[in-house]
Design a protein around this ligand. Structure first.
Ligand SMILES: CC(C)(C)CN1C(=O)[C@@H](CC(=O)N[C@@H](CC(=O)O)C(=O)O)O[C@H](c2cccc3ccccc23)c2cc(Cl)ccc21
Length: 348
């Protein structure tokens, strides 16, 4: 679908999108015009919220009320925010937020309401977490906290996208009665990012790996940065990958209920990137040293192959076999990985 830009503010929004995430911008550009601007603006509004939450230079006394009230800014015409630190990567999204607002008010009221509601829930969820002293000191404690945190930052995004797709008749309305499928779409992506981003988050003094899991393999999370603890670290990654694999069946079911071809690609591409990333981080000590990424060539192959549901199934089956074969018998979760791979394989 050719991109028809009709205003300066719309042009700036697409420039902001390309600046925040080039590869994701490519995916959004594939979308049918009916949904493209709604999802582009949804993405930018979420980036704005994330840029506030991520900025450790903003005093919590300012940050918390700002997160909780952020959705109210969507009703304004020319609000902007210049309080980010100069080093904050995507600060432009907030500096030029008035242009995002201008385009946002052109959306169908139904789409605006969906984005409003998700922004409100996410802002409050993020504020609750920052307010939680326990989380600030020790990061994520239980697997339950891990799922709740991922729900707020990613599961809710799935809820919003599902409602937008159903509202435009691009997806099966039954999805609204099975929101756990939308949760899994977000949780699978976010949990993959959290496993991959270990080193980056350690350097930022943050941690999202749940203590309930890593404490089986170390006394403190930073132990895995030392070579002598990296065998244990690999067992911890296996445990986290196993936890993420629990979402795969829901992801595959969700994709069968996304009818519009452009919405299907939009939803399928990040999921196939995630399963490829899980296979890449699996049994990979580089996770403790740097940010492990799949090769550009692989990413291109995945995008082409994920246009059809059969292609998506082949990709998941291929990487699940890699994970299964890479798991050493010495890994405490060796059997569990085999059983989980078998379970999903049967479904495929
Ligand atoms: C936290 C997150 C996983 C929700 C972030 N998130 C995504 O990861 C992007 C992909 C992305 O931004 N990838 C980055 C790479 C990276 O961050 O590692 C890129 O540069 O390509 O995709 C998701 C996303 C896309 C399609 C369907 C989804 C269903 C449920 C939840 C999220 C869904 C996303 C859709 C929207 Cl509207 C907003 C954010 C996201």
């Amino acid at each position: 679908y050719p991109l028809k830009i009709t205003s300066d503010s719309e042009k700036t929004c697409y420039e902001l999108l390309n600046k925040t995430s080039r590869s994701f911008a490519a995916v959004i550009n594939e979308l049918h015009p009916e949904l493209r601007n709604a999802i582009m603006l949804f993405y930018l509004i979420l980036r704005a919220l994330d840029t506030i939450e991520d900025d450790m230079s903003i005093d919590p006394k300012i940050k918390i009320p700002l997160l909780r009230s952020f959705y109210e800014k969507l009703a304004l015409k020319d609000w902007t925010f210049d309080g980010n630190s100069p080093t904050e990567k995507d600060r432009d999204v907030l500096v030029k937020f008035n242009l995002i607002l201008e385009e946002f008010h052109k959306l169908k009221p139904e789409y605006q309401d969906i984005i409003n509601d998700i922004t409100k829930q996410m802002g409050n969820g993020m504020a609750d977490y920052i307010n939680n002293e326990e989380f600030n000191l020790n990061g994520v404690k239980t697997v339950k906290d891990y799922d709740l945190y991922c729900f707020y930052v990613a599961g809710l995004v799935g809820h919003g996208l599902t409602k937008l797709c159903v509202a435009s008749s691009f997806s099966d309305p039954t999805l609204l009665r099975k929101m756990e499928l939308s949760d899994s779409m977000g949780l699978f992506l976010q949990k993959t990012n959290i496993i991959r981003d270990y080193k980056e988050d350690q350097d930022d003094g943050r941690s999202f790996w749940p203590e309930e899991i890593w404490s089986k393999y170390a006394n403190k999370l930073s132990d895995f940065t030392k070579p002598e603890n990296q065998e244990k670290g690999l067992h911890c990654i296996t445990d986290l990958v196993l936890n993420s694999m629990a979402h795969i069946k829901d992801v595959l079911v969700y994709l069968t209920m996304t009818y519009d071809p452009s919405a299907f690609s939009f939803c399928a591409i990040p999921q196939v990137m995630a399963i490829a990333t899980l296979a890449e981080v699996f049994q990979n000590k580089n996770v403790f040293k740097k940010n492990v990424k799949i090769r550009k060539g692989t990413a291109c192959d995945l995008i082409l192959k994920s246009r059809t549901y059969e292609g998506v199934l082949e990709i998941f089956s291929y990487y699940l076999k890699i994970i299964h074969h890479k798991c050493p018998v010495s890994d405490p979760n060796y059997l569990a990985i085999g059983i989980k791979c078998g379970e999903i394989e049967q479904f495929i």
